[in-house]
Write a protein that binds this ligand. Structure first.
Ligand code: SF4
Length: 368
């Protein structure tokens, strides 16, 4: 006789949850997965009605499930969010070009607007050309630094309040381990937060912070979502690979290890007398940075001067040696444009005093 679902005790169990070891049916799995993400969002007060939220979409399983679940929960619980898909094209042939085709289909499937920003357009370099210049050893350093800025630049172009990313519990636990191994206490504090403020007012958060990777894969499979599953052409970040391997071993012995590590990370606090780097603005591009020149500008300068190790193993002298030939669009310019868009948006908002849903370019003060 087939085993019945531990929750509804009615339908046949087809999933064993790695998180709780419960055997449950498909419908109960969808329900608990979505409800847990909803609880994470509500408990952490992630959004407010009217927020413009960009979903960092790569076409992979995590971001595809995130787009589907965000749209489902926004409709089901009336969050009142304006959702957008925001993708970064790193310029990796045979990988990102194919995965972006998936995002374009998701745009139609979920009825969400999509903006794609590319490294080529933002920095003048694609990952293919970076790998040709630096080889495969440090390519992920370039890619990670550029992606973070690219998302913030895309968010300013769309006048977003918030970016959500598909980082799951396994990713968070790996990052905690990596920061402990490296002794990076400043990043250790930030990586456990569910939401951080990035460029100015734009909040960045991880609604899947407590969702296991295995459950996200199951969800995508059982919902038959359209996602792209090929690995990046360039070798994955070796250091993260060690942390991932170690975490998988721990999980085999103790399935709750992933959540245990996250909760331990959350419980760690830096002593008050420890001095952490303070954040300022990059003197070249205006992006937030703990140094006078941000990491992206240092890396770009190295590429343009034919010394790609600059920024990987840099010296102060190298950085001050000269400006880059092509400057990034200054963040201040993007920020000012976004503030203008925001002002127009606020002025044309529905009148709060009236039931007439008046939307006026000149503001709500004339509404009767
Ligand atoms: Fe970029 Fe490295 Fe990830 Fe490929 S594996 S997308 S190069 S960070």
């Amino acid at each position: 006789m087939p085993r019945l679902c531990d929750i509804c005790n009615d339908a046949r169990a087809i999933v064993r949850r790695p998180k709780t070891a419960q055997s449950i049916c498909k419908e109960c799995f969808f329900h608990v997965f979505e409800t847990e993400v909803h609880n994470t969002i509500v408990d952490s007060n992630l959004f407010k009605p009217g927020d413009r939220v960009g979903i960092g979409a790569s076409g992979g399983k995590d971001s595809t499930v995130l787009a589907y679940v965000m749209k489902t929960l926004n409709d089901r619980y009336s969050y009142g969010l304006d959702l957008y898909l925001l993708s970064v094209d790193e310029g990796i042939s045979g990988y990102r070009d194919d995965s972006l085709e998936t995002v374009k289909r998701n745009k139609e499937q979920y009825g969400l607007p999509l903006l794609i920003v590319s490294y080529e357009q933002l920095y003048g370099w694609s990952m293919d050309s970076i790998v040709a210049a630096v080889g495969r050893k440090n390519n992920c350093t370039f890619c990670g630094v550029f992606r973070r800025q690219a998302l913030d630049r895309g968010a300013l172009m769309l006048d977003l309040d918030h970016i959500v990313t598909g980082h799951n519990a396994d990713d968070v636990a790996e990052t905690i381990l990596m920061n402990i191994f490296r002794g990076d206490i400043s990043r250790l504090g930030r990586c456990t937060e569910i939401a951080t403020t990035g460029e100015g007012y734009i909040v960045r958060s991880k609604p899947f912070k407590y969702a296991y990777e295995k459950e996200i894969v199951m969800y995508a499979y059982l919902r038959r979502l359209d996602y792209f599953s090929t690995e990046c052409t360039y070798s994955p970040n070796a250091y993260r690979g060690y942390a991932r391997e170690f975490l998988k071993k721990l999980e085999r012995v103790r399935p709750s290890a992933i959540l245990d590590i996250i909760h331990s990370g959350e419980a760690m606090h830096v002593a008050k007398d420890v001095q952490l780097p303070s954040l300022d603005r990059c003197q070249r591009c205006g992006y937030i940075s703990s140094n006078s020149i941000c990491k992206a500008c240092v890396l770009l300068e190295g590429l343009e001067r034919g010394i790609p190790k600059l920024g990987i193993s840099r010296t102060k002298q190298d950085v001050e040696a000269g400006p880059r030939e092509s400057d990034l669009v200054h963040f201040e310019k993007l920020r000012q444009d976004a503030l203008e868009m925001r002002k127009t948006r606020q002025n044309s908002a529905a009148c709060p005093q009236s039931a007439c849903a008046c939307r006026s370019e000149s503001g709500t003060e004339n509404c009767s």
